[in-house]
Design a binder for this molecule. Structure first.
Ligand SMILES: [Zn+2]
Length: 574
């Protein structure tokens, strides 16, 4: 959709002047400057603009996909002409379009076609799902899935291949753990991958073995690639269909964009194809995976903006370590009860420094995953060194997750201008088992949002979906309570690290925009910005916290168009 970037629509007067000059060449202008009127006005609402002052307005006017005025009902309704669409908000709360600052576009969308083992109460329940799928497909066809989490199961033991062999003897099976750092596979999958007792662990990964040295069917981190590289990709048209379905689900929870973590040129091409089809009311802030063979070529090709900003490619995603839950986070001190086990480091400091330097030289942002405190420190050191070689004032390099950061390293984020990109729901999902992994003392310092904010950082918030739910309301709730949805534990996990409602709303809007260099056009309801907003069925800034997870999105508006409408509650006039 073309738009006129040449002028800033900040006052009505200015619009009138602009329109007057456009009218000289336009045949669609009616006498009297009718086209100066808004395309749409929303009024009678409680609009959290998320501007600097966090001001609240009653109404907003939209023209050509952007906000042209925000303020009181009377003033805004005056901008409505006979052709203007008027939407009465009926006193409902409105927030800017939400953005998930850390998500996995393809894992989620392709996952819509996979076995969903999220919340499965045990390995047997997952095996049952696999057995059911096996009866529906021909022998030899892959069965894939994700979402199981042995940390929630009795004994917390990793399952083994035997159960899957029984469920699907003639189909290869590969099932991702919820955190994406382990895969549970069957014997047929191991056979296809050529994994036997003589196969060495790949760098950065582990093939879990029994006492006789045979693979148990559990592959950790890079070892998953040995199996998963054999799974055929879904055809392009199927991928388009699934991504389209995914976008509808995202819009329905109030998301208008995501920061996609680590994909490749094929995935970028997929998004471009949907944009070209004219059916993509969504924004992907895209990062290339740093392990792509042609990374140098991609860096040399430079950053890219496609489809009026619906796809922006200006970031590289890297990993320093794995996850706490899979014992693969890089820690300064060993895991509890595992002397000498300080986790896995996937990338060396020198490699990361070199990558950071290449990113700076090419004008790309770098987003590096770190769950452990050693991981975060190595990244900060590497970024610092690269920045000393290639001084770049506005680099906005990020650390993804930053779940465990040594107290000495927290102020270094703001000092170096490194952004902690964090996912509030990880705190509540991990807390029940994380104490066992790192001990109570270290667990108390995890997910240190308050410390980060007080040290001068801002936190773009995300979910890491499909690791967690796509619903940002759950993230908002977790951030302000550090409690499960049933209100436990009382007071929350380390409540001194909570965010305020205002902070977490910034985290899912303007701070997410800022972490993507987009705060000039996205992230708040202010004149000149893209007209993205979400109408909610309750006021999340005021209702008791326990009511936040149940919040329903009534409408999602993307650049002035209603792209999701749940119908009741909001009346539209005209
Ligand atoms: Zn992730």
């Amino acid at each position: 959709m073309p738009f006129k970037d040449g002028y800033v629509l900040s006052t009505v007067l200015f619009i009138a002047i602009s329109v007057a000059s456009i009218c000289l060449t336009s045949i669609s202008c009616s006498p009297g400057g009718e086209s100066a009127k808004a395309d749409t006005v929303f009024f009678n609402g409680v609009i959290y603009t998320v501007d600097d002052a966090f001001s609240v307005a009653e109404a907003a006017a939209i023209k050509d996909g952007k906000f042209i005025a925000v303020g009181g009902d009377e003033e805004i309704l005056a901008l409505a002409g006979p052709q203007t669409r008027r939407i009465d908000l009926g006193g409902k709360a409105v927030v800017p379009g939400l953005v998930d600052a850390h998500a996995h576009m393809m894992l989620y969308s392709l996952g819509l076609d996979r076995i969903d083992a999220m919340g499965a109460p045990g390995a047997a329940a997952v095996a049952e799902m696999v057995a059911a799928r096996a009866t529906m497909i021909p022998a030899g066809e892959w069965i894939t899935g994700w979402g199981w989490d042995s940390n929630d199961w009795e004994g917390m033991e990793f399952p083994t291949r035997g159960m899957l062999d029984e469920a699907a003897p003639e189909n290869p099976v590969s099932l991702f753990k919820q955190d994406g750092h382990a895969a549970w596979v069957n014997s047929e999958a191991l056979r296809i991958a050529g994994i036997d007792r003589n196969t060495p662990d790949p760098p950065g990964g582990t093939i879990i073995r029994d006492s006789r040295g045979n693979a148990t069917g559990m592959l950790i981190d890079t070892a998953m690639i040995l199996v998963n590289s054999n799974i055929p990709e879904a055809p392009f048209e199927k991928q388009k269909e699934l991504l389209t379905k995914a976008v509808q689900k995202w819009l329905a929870v109030g998301l208008v964009g995501i920061h996609d973590m680590g994909d490749g040129p094929e995935e970028a091409a997929l998004v471009k194809a949907l944009i070209d089809d004219g059916a993509f009311p969504f924004r992907i802030y895209f990062s290339y995976d740093n392990t792509l063979d042609n990374l140098d070529e991609l860096l040399a090709a430079g950053t890219e903006e496609y489809g009026d900003g619906r796809l922006v490619i200006r970031s590289i995603k890297a990993f320093i370590d794995g996850s706490l839950g899979s014992h693969s986070a890089a820690l300064l001190e060993p895991f509890e009860g595992r002397p000498g086990d300080t986790g896995l480091q996937i990338t060396s400091r020198d490699e990361l420094t070199d990558l950071a330097e290449r990113c700076l030289n090419a004008g790309f942002q770098l987003e590096t995953h770190a769950c452990g405190d050693r991981g975060a420190r190595i990244i900060l050191d590497a970024y610092e060194e690269a920045l000393s070689r290639v001084p770049t004032p506005d680099h906005r390099f990020r650390i993804e997750h930053a779940q465990m950061v040594d107290a000495d390293d927290i102020p270094r984020f703001a000092q170096l201008g490194v952004i902690p990109s964090m996912q509030p729901t990880h705190c509540t999902s991990d807390n029940p088992w994380v104490i066992e992994l790192v001990g109570a003392e270290r667990a108390a310092g995890l997910y240190a949002w308050r410390s980060m904010l007080d040290a001068g950082s801002y936190i773009p918030c995300g979910s890491d979906f499909p690791v967690e739910s796509i619903n940002p309301m759950l993230g908002i709730y977790a951030a302000i309570t550090r409690q499960h949805e049933d209100g436990t534990p009382e007071g929350g996990y380390n409540p001194e690290q909570r965010m305020t409602r205002e902070e977490v709303l910034r985290g899912f809007t303007i701070w997410a925009a800022k972490a993507a260099f987009q705060e000039d056009r996205l992230g708040s309801i202010e004149p000149g910005k893209r007209a993205d907003l979400v109408v909610l069925d309750r006021d999340i800034m005021k209702v008791p916290p326990l009511e936040i997870p149940g919040t329903k999105v009534l409408m999602t508006i993307f650049e002035g168009d209603v792209v999701y409408n749940s119908e009741p509650g909001v009346t539209e006039e005209q």
